[in-house]
Design a protein around this ligand. Structure first.
Ligand code: TNX
Length: 530
């Protein structure tokens, strides 16, 4: 008798505990406003996804949601047009709501889920919230029998803080397949990121087919850091990735890094070099060669395009033209960092000319912060990674900045001294450090209105496999995503609260696991097992 009572008592306690961690309180990024209600919505085998419009983009958001929910629930979840009846999920556009480009409103009660946005992008962001409101098992690839698929009742109003919430992947130091890139785009979408910056060329490899300069990939794409086989994307593959990203409301920004970080191009086309280079084969054994060989180390700052030759600008024009033709996004990234082998008097006119070339093909420029020492074209963005002073130079010229401070946002920085992967020239970046800072108080002289957005960066000198990507990206990326999307919890800059956030992050452990993400199980996070 007594035993039964104890069991009953314990199970009440247990269920109370479960109640406490409503998924409404574990969302990342945290929405701008959440009001919890009593009860919950149950997703069942008779649930339908209703759309009130024949707009194709709404249909594809509905398809995306259905596909995400079908694998783990095993339910049919048909998509039908018309008003929602009891037990349905309604996805609708409402221009009058003025929810902005990516904002949405989600209303859940015991009878219905209603997702509303002014634009399809907002619906797509709201769908990620629906996924996070369901139990973690919703992310499983196979049917999870005996799971109660509930969504807690409540109302969410949500919209992003920053317009640009990006992730950069370096595919030059190590090459990654189209499948790897798509997987990363899926992960980005889950945390409401909207810019994929694709670092397509560097000293170690040229990774995008340029039809008018075929040796860039034939020769320049052959290898990678460590000397193993490299690779490259055909323009068709590039377009497929752009399409995949677009379906997730993610803009692709391709980067061709220049005038430095160009050894792969210089090895492919001798005419892009200025003069002979001295190669040290071994101590005391030096040879002069006009064309450098392919490079498989991890040094930086030793290569430069010849900025005084006409052919260099013909080359840049062709590359930019071909890339612009297959890139629907507004921006192209021209690199510009660490050009230590380029004299300042050569660097300045080069960056000016390249900005004009990009503009002539209808695109705007992003460059690493060093480009701010030159005259910036209107609308050029400076991406601040190392030198905040360069960011201020850009701001003084009326430009906005993207913040990617290496000490906070470089995903190739090791977590701590025991990490097997990563570099640590900027810092060790543990999960708390990556999260607990605010862009508006990061540096004096860089204020909210100067910041167009934020970007995490994964350089790949030490990153070789998809599992390596997972491990460095997670769980730091959700924190960056929250800084980009959410206002600091109490609205005060600099007051992001790690103690509160780490509990929400802990609840994402089972989600990441269900998605098959090989994440770093930081000891700082009290991971929840489900
Ligand atoms: C600096 S960040 C670089 C990259 C390296 C990275 C390694 C930047 C614009 N340049 O070339 O890969 O450090 O952390």
């Amino acid at each position: 008798m007594r035993k039964i009572f104890v069991i009953a008592f314990v199970s009440v306690l247990f269920s109370c505990q479960k109640e406490k961690t409503s998924t409404l309180t574990t969302l990342i990024p945290v929405p701008q406003s959440v009001a919890a209600d009593k009860g919950s919505f149950k997703l069942t085998e008779s649930t339908k996804i209703k759309i009130e419009t024949s707009v194709e983009m709404v249909q594809s958001v509905a398809n995306y949601l259905a596909a995400k929910l079908r694998s783990s629930t095993g339910y049919a979840l048909p998509i039908e047009s018309g008003a929602a009846s009891q037990g349905d999920i309604l996805i609708q556009l409402d221009a009058k709501k003025e929810l902005g480009k990516e904002g949405y409103e989600l209303k859940v009660d015991e009878t219905q889920v209603v997702l509303t946005a002014s634009n399809p992008a907002g619906l797509f962001r709201g769908v990620q919230t629906i996924r996070q409101l369901l139990p973690a098992a919703i992310e499983s690839a196979s049917v999870q029998a005996n799971t109660k698929w509930t969504i807690p009742a409540g109302t969410i109003h949500d919209f992003p803080n920053y317009a640009w919430r990006g992730l950069m992947l370096d595919v030059s130091r190590h090459f990654f397949s189209v499948e790897d890139v798509k997987r990363l785009l899926d992960q980005m979408a889950y945390y409401k990121l909207n810019v994929f910056h694709w670092h397509l060329s560097d000293d170690q490899g040229w990774r995008i087919e340029i039809k008018s300069w075929p040796k860039l990939t034939e020769v320049g794409g052959q290898t990678q850091v460590g000397g193993k086989k490299g690779g490259f994307y055909t323009q068709e593959q590039y377009k497929a990735v752009v399409k995949y990203a677009t379906e997730r409301y993610i803009t692709v920004i391709p980067e061709i890094d220049m005038p430095g970080h160009t050894n792969a191009a210089l090895a492919a086309y001798p005419e892009l070099n200025c003069s002979e280079q001295t190669l040290q084969l071994s101590p005391g054994n030096e040879v002069k060669r006009k064309v450098p060989g392919l490079y498989t180390g991890i040094g930086v700052g030793f290569s430069t395009l010849c900025t005084s030759k006409d052919v260099t600008y013909k080359f840049v024009d062709d590359v930019v033209r071909e890339l612009a033709e297959i890139t629907p996004g507004e921006y192209l990234h021209i690199g510009g960092d660490e050009s230590h082998a380029t004299k300042k008097e050569d660097y300045m006119p080069f960056v000016s000319k390249v900005q004009k070339i990009v503009a002539s093909h209808g695109k705007k420029v992003v460059g690493w912060d060093e480009v701010a020492i030159t005259t910036l074209e209107p609308n050029t963005l400076a991406q601040v990674w190392a030198n905040a002073e360069n960011g201020k130079l850009a701001i003084a010229q009326g430009a906005q900045v993207i913040l990617s401070p290496a000490k906070k946002m470089y995903l190739d920085m090791s977590y701590d001294s025991t990490s097997k992967l990563g570099l640590h020239w900027a810092a060790y970046v543990e999960v708390d450090s990556a999260y607990a800072w605010d862009p508006t108080t990061w540096k004096k002289g860089i204020a909210r209105e100067n910041i167009f957005g934020l970007e995490s960066a994964l350089w790949s000198e030490t990153i070789e496999t998809q599992q390596d990507i997972d491990y460095m990206v997670f769980p730091r990326l959700p924190g960056h995503a929250e800084i980009g999307w959410s206002a600091a919890a109490d609205g005060k800059p600099g007051s992001r609260n790690w103690e509160e956030y780490k509990i929400r992050l802990a609840h994402h452990g089972p989600r990441l696991e269900a998605m098959g993400i090989h994440f770093y199980q930081s000891k700082l996070v009290p991971w929840v097992k489900e």
